[in-house]
Design a protein around this ligand. Sequence first.
Ligand code: PPE
Length: 305
Amino acid sequence: MVQREEKIWMDGKFIPWGEANVHILTHSLHYGLAVFEGIRCYLCHDGRPAVFRLGRHVERLFDSAQIGDIKIPFSKREIQEACKETLRMNQLKEGYIRPIVFISDGVRGVYPGDNPIRVGIATWTWGAYLGEEALEKGIRVKISSYTRHHVNVMMTKGKICGNYVNSVLAKREVIKMGYDEALILDTEGYVSEGSGENVFMVKNGVLKTTPLTSILPGITRDSVIHIARDKGMNLVEERFTRDELYTADEAFFTGTAAEVTPIREIDDRKIGDGKRYPVTREIQTTFFDIVKGKNPAYIEWLDYL
Ligand code: PPE
């Protein structure tokens, strides 16, 4: 998947893929405090590549850093430009951008002192996150036995590397059992998010998604909320339980990697008839039209290369 001839942007300059290494005593590697983003660039219908909501993603990177008390040694503008430059450098017209900010080596132990903050940006080609069929047919989801973070244990609004240990455990657990993705409940037992996605349900024409209280403020989630409201759909941000989800007419995941993925089954229960997702489909189609530059009303979400 990753091509070795690719270049990586590292601390302000391009270096070959094979040289983008870090020292074994990198603080973030030991203790998990680092922040990252996941951004997609799409090849638009007119042949021009465009990055989807780049400004918002870079803002969230800085928010995550603020939450983690990490000072990024570049401006937002510089990071935005670097993301685009990395795509150009690797001649990618469509793909995924992964900026990461981490605490380098220096003093040992939990306290990071003044260890240098380093920034890397990689790009790669990434197809459908949950498999080619997922976007069409929907996926089988299992509620994880792991609980999502308590808001005063991990900082849930930051895209912080260490937070993802919970995601990896949850995802591995359900994949081993033969499911496609994990859905994780919060410390009070309400639905929170997937291992790498936000979640929506549809019941009697009303769309419902979890409030932002204890989840990652997903940019795809925000885009879907805009799309649904612009279509005049009724949408609420409200907590819900797993049994409410079992009886939904439709459910879907949103994420940069996962895009808009229908959920066909949860805990072996078919959602709706398990086949048709009229509301999900309408939102998914509109979403793909927007990211591919086909919808002039949302053109300000696109940053052409
Ligand atoms: N919740 C979590 C926990 C999460 O990781 C993501 C993105 C989202 C919600 C959706 O956020 P947004 O991408 O802004 O709509 N997960 C990223 C990482 C996936 C990975 O495997 O790595 C992503 O989709 O890029």
